[in-house]
Design a protein around this ligand. Structure first.
Ligand code: ATP
Length: 237
């Protein structure tokens, strides 16, 4: 496994958001984390990146124990998070946002990589010197993903990337996630769009109140009665 976590606990005071969770993502996988609001998905991703402290448990990345490492050190090793709500810097230009994504790199290829992003997303290229606030919601999500790509990660975690996007943009977003995976990245995807998440992912885990209540191959989860009972409307609509 590229990313593994064992018996992970995340607590906010008395509220235990993640309860003894163990799981892993192999280097060639897309894995999805499903669950309703408040299930603990965001807390899990933030804990894996080191943004939220873990009360107990271990996080291993490429076999190394990174549980006590701060977020930039995890990023340097290849673990990147695209946070919920994108969190791009709207007071900075598109170009400056991309440069921020590469802050942990010391190689000389950063400009070449940014040009490759502009070639892939011409809407970002044509607005490179404009404030990121002029971008549409879909473009902001592309910028957030591009910024994470500039860290040259081996595993990208995405937290609710489809939130607030039109159905057409959601389709494009999922095509992009599949393309990034084909380029060689492992993906850990938190999504409310259960149907699309289980189409793109090979495996999934379903969280309820901080615990894993189901896990398995995506096609098994698609046909699981318990998941269907919770998310049927979405899956069969
Ligand atoms: P959503 O889809 O709404 O983001 P989620 O599955 O990502 O939900 P979390 O945001 O991880 O769930 O929340 C899990 C639990 O932890 C909830 O009970 C939530 O209220 C609580 N929680 C989350 N962040 C904090 C915080 N910073 N301080 C206190 N409690 C928090």
């Amino acid at each position: 496994m590229l990313l593994e976590f064992e018996n992970l606990d995340v607590r906010y005071g008395r509220n235990q958001a993640v309860k003894s969770l163990s799981f892993g993502v192999a280097a060639d996988e897309i894995v999805t984390v499903l669950g309703s609001n408040g299930a603990g998905k965001t807390s899990l991703l933030r804990a894996l990146q080191g943004l939220t402290p873990t009360a107990s448990g271990r996080v291993l990345f490429s076999g190394e124990d990174v549980t006590r490492l701060p977020p930039p050190q995890r990023l340097k090793r290849g673990l990147a998070l695209v946070p919920e709500g994108r969190q791009i810097a709207i007071t900075l230009s598109v170009h400056e946002n991309l440069l921020m994504g590469a802050y942990c790199r010391e190689d000389g290829d950063i400009m070449r990589d940014i040009e490759a992003i502009y070639a892939r997303f011409p809407n970002l290229g044509s607005r490179r010197d404009m404030s990121a606030s002029v971008l549409s919601g879909g473009e902001q999500q592309m910028l957030a993903i591009s910024r994470a790509l500039l860290a040259r990660p081996r595993l990208m975690m995405l937290d609710e990337p489809s939130l607030g996007l039109s159905p057409l943009l959601v389709e494009r977003l999922f095509e992009l996630i599949a393309a990034i995976h084909r380029d060689g990245l492992a993906i850990l995807l938190v999504e409310q769009n259960t149907r699309l998440a289980l189409e793109v992912a090979g495996r999934g885990i379903v969280m309820e109140l901080g615990r894993a209540v189901l896990e398995g191959p995506a096609d098994e989860l698609r046909n699981n009665d318990r998941l269907a009972a919770a998310y049927l409307g979405e899956i069969h609509s």
